[in-house]
Design a protein around this ligand. Structure first.
Ligand code: FES
Length: 116
């Protein structure tokens, strides 16, 4: 099982292939935002990678990052935990002023992953 480390929190083992956004929230117990429900639209699930950044990316992630001019961040809703990863949770419910983190993302990547 891959190890996920969220900076400032204890490392956790996560089910291989789990969506990173869900692993951060459910396993690492960190209040990451996912305002669009994991559909590569809002970018509130963004994280910075410290180690283990995946080389592949979904077309949806690439498109929204490019459209918003974002670099140095990845969308945790578009990433699967298939190897050890260390990330910084830079977009959290705490301090956001939002009432909740957003709808719970589905277990599989949405929209259906097209890898680029
Ligand atoms: S882009 Fe909205 S939850 Fe990932």
């Amino acid at each position: 099982m891959p190890t996920l480390t969220v900076e400032g929190f204890p490392p956790v083992e996560v089910e291989s292939g789990k969506r990173l956004v869900l692993a951060i929230e459910q396993d690492a117990k960190v209040d990451v935002l996912h305002a669009c429900g994991g559909n590569a639209r809002c970018t509130t699930c963004r994280v910075e990678f410290i180690d283990g950044e995946p080389t592949r990316m979904t077309a949806a992630e690439k498109s929204v990052l490019n459209a918003r001019g974002l670099s140095g961040v990845r969308l945790s809703c578009q990433i699967l935990c298939d190897h050890d990863m260390s990330v910084r949770a830079i977009s959290r419910l705490e301090g956001s002023g939002r009432p909740d983190p957003g709808p719970t993302p589905e277990e599989t990547i949405t929209p259906p992953a097209v890898w680029v």
